[in-house]
Ligand binder design. Structure first.
Ligand SMILES: N[C@@H](CCC[C@H](N)C(=O)O)C(=O)O
Length: 278
């Protein structure tokens, strides 16, 4: 079975062309291929399929085999995968995801896609739609206890759940301790991705992320969008900012006119390979 290893800012996935046929047991395959010692090594697996309502459809699985509704770094790489493999010659594409249809604009240089802008849609703030347990219309800067410490948490869904917390210094955070404690906290019925965000200035955020199902990753596209939304809602940032992650930077804009979040960043192919077991 042929695969392509790609990354967006070091957030790496194994990509499969499933437009004609695809393997079974994708959760199991995601676990085996993602393993960094016994597999290819990745944050998860992404299958590219045909769609009845959009140009293509993507299906994403985290390293633990759980399915994610959406993947911001992944969808940029899907755009590059489709274009570079000749599965499309369009530079504007729609991709169906479990979080709805997203529109991509591919930026091509020398015949290959180097970066991609994505209309990530409107952020969801209603607790039951995120989902997070809590009454009211939003879950902004609410104080919750996590492992005996009080945190002010803002919850945002970008199609998948995010908890955003602002911290003074992201480098001094013990993510291995706090990441899993947030991910499995009882107020998140579907678990959560968690972004720890340091505000450098109104146009620059620094962020580390603990992803649901994959642990600490070098970057998270949906997480960067959720972080900007939480920063705007708490008057910490302007509507357009650079989000600096461990693997590099994304430009994120929360457009006032349509309420959509737009994200731009790189998409990179690492290598092509063949996996013996389907
Ligand atoms: N890395 C992704 C998000 C992947 C899915 C996430 N772990 C989840 O389970 O929701 C991104 O770039 O957005």
């Amino acid at each position: 079975m042929k695969f392509t290893k790609m990354h967006g800012l070091g957030n790496d996935y194994v990509y499969l062309d499933c437009t004609e046929s695809g393997p079974g047991d994708l959760p199991g395959l995601a676990r085996r291929m993602s393993d960094r010692h016994f597999g290819v090594g990745a944050d998860g697996l992404i299958c590219v399929r045909t769609s009845e309502r959009a140009d293509f459809r993507m299906e994403m699985y985290n390293a633990d085999g759980s399915e994610g509704e959406m993947c911001g770094n992944g969808i940029r790489c899907v755009g590059k995968f489709l274009y570079d493999k000749g599965l499309t010659d369009q530079t504007e594409l729609t991709i169906e995801t479990l979080a709805g249809e997203k529109t991509l604009e591919l930026h091509v240089e020398g015949g290959t896609v180097v970066s991609v802008s994505v209309d990530m849609g409107e952020p969801i703030l209603t607790p039951e739609r995120i989902p997070v347990l809590g009454a009211g219309e939003s879950f902004l800067s609410r104080r919750i206890m996590v492992n005996g410490r009080e945190w002010a948490v803002t919850c945002v869904s970008m199609g998948n759940p995010h908890a955003v917390v602002f911290v003074p210094d992201v480098d001094r955070l013990n993510l291995e301790e706090w990441g899993p404690a947030f991910e499995h906290h009882a107020i998140f019925p579907n678990r959560t991705n968690t972004e720890f965000v340091e505000v450098e200035n109104q146009s620059t955020l620094r962020m580390r992320v603990w992803e649901r199902g994959s642990g600490e990753t070098m970057a998270c596209g949906t997480g960067a969008c959720a972080a900007l939304v939480a920063a705007v809602l708490s008057y910490r940032a302007r509507r357009i900012a650079t989000v600096k992650l461990r693997g590099g930077s994304l430009t994120v804009r929360w457009e006032e006119s349509d309420g959509h979040v737009y994200m731009t960043g790189p998409a990179v192919t690492v290598f092509e390979g063949e996996w013996p077991d389907t």
